[in-house]
Design a protein around this ligand. Sequence first.
Ligand code: ADP
Length: 345
Amino acid sequence: MSNKIIPSNIKNLSQLLDDGLILCDKLGVIISSNSIAQQFLNKNLNKKNISEFIQIDEFKNLEESHSNGNLNDEFHFQTNDILKRSLITKATKIEDNLYAILLLDMTLQRNLEKVRRDFVANVSHELRSPLTSLVGFIETLLSGSVNDEKDRNKFLKIMDEEAKRMNRLIDDILSLSKVETEEHITPNTTISLIDPIKHIISSINEKDLKEENKILIEDLRSNPNKNCFISGDIDEINQVFVNLLENAIKYGFDNTNVIVRIEQEKNNEIKVSVINSGEGIPDKYIDRLTERFFRVDKARSRKIGGTGLGLAIVKHILIKHRAQLSINSIRNQETNFSITFPIIN
Ligand code: ADP
């Protein structure tokens, strides 16, 4: 059997690859390409020169670069189409006048890296503001220029609030990073859904709220006493409802109730909605609410102790639970955060 590699065999095999593969001659004229390479660079690669698509000096004369040992490296380049894919490529000599060019798509990694960099920048920015304020007050107090005890207490109270804000921020950042990294792992424990929700509602009602500002349950199912079960993580489900209920109270009008509505339209799904009366959310912002650190009114959220991470945490927990979140808001009337959970029958 001959050892000679036959291009048509490579051609067939190359269609099985998840990466792009191009075969070309020593001057870069393309002999064949697999569908992934065509997807990355151009549908019509045959007989064209690779230099039209890959501008890398070492690929201009593959034979020469190969003899100089310049083909050992991997090269990065970006496609010049609208997608601006980030690709890594490497050329290998297969036989005289036949070269294989491998293309690996690194676009997702590049985007993730960008998200990570943005996140670090956002976090530093968010932490810097309470920290600057704390340092300012500490310096003022240390300078000995505040003699009045009332003023001193006022400063200490602000410092206490800022320190607590930093604490909340760090807790939320840790929660978010945990749920983000684990969102592809579906929980394998079966939990009851309605009982924990009722439990959270009564504890918030007891703790914080005045008589005219309560959370009420509206169970519209044919059998309201029936429990229902989901595959879930109890702590995370609690966190979802604590975040939504706290928001409904924070952003709701005074002296209005928050409603938690439970509905079951399909056998295998249950919908739980948290509804409040309030100023609401402009339509153009609805899709952005679950972005980390997005706040419709930054100053207001900050004033009432928000971190801008609550809904991002909710989003990732719900992805993990294969649940759907939908948000509807009518300005100056009501805002509704509805979650549809798949249930275990
Ligand atoms: P925050 O810590 O600022 O409350 P969230 O991620 O929980 O952060 O919410 C993001 C933003 O969504 C809030 O700053 C607010 O502008 C808006 N929002 C959330 N819930 C409501 C609601 N029930 N009514 C009106 N606006 C809301």
